[in-house]
Design a protein. Structure first.
Length: 367
């Protein structure tokens, strides 16, 4: 890992990838040539030139040639990806369907397609078709059985405690973030850092190693460095390579204290309330109450609780009292301790800490 951690290489990715050992990377982000097939100069209604994508690196002899190119780099990316790793590829209508086809044929397992909707897209100056206002990303794992990283709670937090959807709104890269030299864009398709921030926060952890086989001006590496991830990039064009190197060198990492992400509920230790009763941590007959001490229930020997004529789990009875379909009994119910009212979840957390449990399950209940 140290050989490829926080390194960028100036070379052809088809050659450089072959030098890398199997199962090296936790994530791949690939922004390959789109093969946009722009055959003539684009102009605005006032006859001024549009600086579109007409670079030679985006031009291929035929679809067959482009397909062979994509199959080759996708095959190599799968080889160097760890078994539980995942890959993101981005494209437009010109190439994203071909990439999806190759991903599936090569055995990748597709998880999501994400629409990046641009709130400031380039207009369609000729008025002959719809304005291209989005690009598409495909998120896939190495295979169907991969236990991939997905920081669900962090994404939910990013989205004001709502589930993150698969349509994302970001502006195209512009302003101070856009690299320019002598007033001209250094790279025609530089991606915004906000897009990579979301991807890396969602599907990697601090310390993971991320590969970008089409590094460009280094956005993936820059965001990786900021977020405490390790990066490896390959870029064929020397101008882009040195622009990326300079940009990465100037990037300051966020302090470790601010890089922790919210732990997913699925990765937390699952300790049923009944297990605490079995182990004598809390005894049958103990009274439980709500935070205002207006509701009272008794713990039964089997870990259920009895409230009036109703008996069930701490979650079921709490939900019935609250009039909801489900409710977290760990935070609803309290017990008396030394004259104070303490939430019963403190018992679970104390048990986890004392027994050094980080990912342990005791006959998990639903919460």
């Amino acid at each position: 890992m140290t050989t490829y951690s926080n390194k960028i290489f100036n070379g052809d990715c088809l050659k450089e990838l072959k030098k890398i050992p199997n199962k090296t990377f936790d994530l791949v982000f690939a922004d390959p040539p789109y093969n946009m097939q722009i055959g003539e100069k684009l102009t605005r209604p006032d006859a001024s030139k549009v600086n579109g994508v007409n670079d030679k690196w985006d031009q291929f002899i035929s679809f067959k040639h482009y397909d062979e190119f994509c199959k080759t780099w996708l095959t190599e990316c799968k080889r160097v990806l760890k078994d539980n790793g995942s890959i993101w590829v981005i494209g437009s209508y010109h190439n994203i369907f071909r990439l999806g086809y190759h991903l599936q044929n090569l055995g990748y397992w597709l998880l999501n397609d994400v629409i990046w909707r641009k709130n400031n897209p380039m207009p369609n100056f000729r008025g002959t078709r719809l304005t291209n206002a989005h690009e598409t990303l495909i998120w896939a794992t190495k295979n169907k059985k991969s236990k991939y990283t997905f920081n669900y709670q962090s994404l939910k937090c990013l989205n004001d405690d709502l589930q993150m959807r698969s349509d994302w709104i970001f502006p195209i890269c512009n302003g101070k973030e856009r690299l320019k030299k002598n007033g001209k864009k250094v790279h025609s398709t530089q991606k915004p850092e906000a897009l990579l921030h979301r991807i890396l926060l969602a599907t990697t952890n601090k310390g993971d190693l991320i590969l970008d086989p089409f590094l460009g001006t280094g956005t993936t590496a820059v965001v990786s460095k900021k977020l405490g991830r390790n990066y490896c990039g390959v870029e064929k064009d020397k101008k882009y390579f040195y622009a990326a190197k300079d940009r990465i060198d100037k990037t300051i990492k966020i302090k470790d204290d601010f890089l922790d992400t919210i732990e997913n509920n699925r990765s937390k230790p699952r300790i049923p309330f009944g297990s605490l009763v079995e182990m004598g941590i809390i005894k049958p007959g103990t009274s439980l109450m709500d935070s205002k001490k207006k509701i009272s229930a008794k713990i039964m020997a089997d870990g259920s609780i009895k409230y009036k004529e109703s008996e069930g789990s701490i979650h079921k009875i709490a939900a019935k009292i609250m009039g909801t379909e489900s409710y977290n009994g760990w935070t609803y119910w309290h017990y008396s301790l030394g004259g104070s009212t303490v939430v019963i979840d403190s018992l679970r957390q104390k048990f986890i800490a004392e027994n050094n449990l980080s990912s342990y399950t005791l006959n998990p209940d639903k919460n």
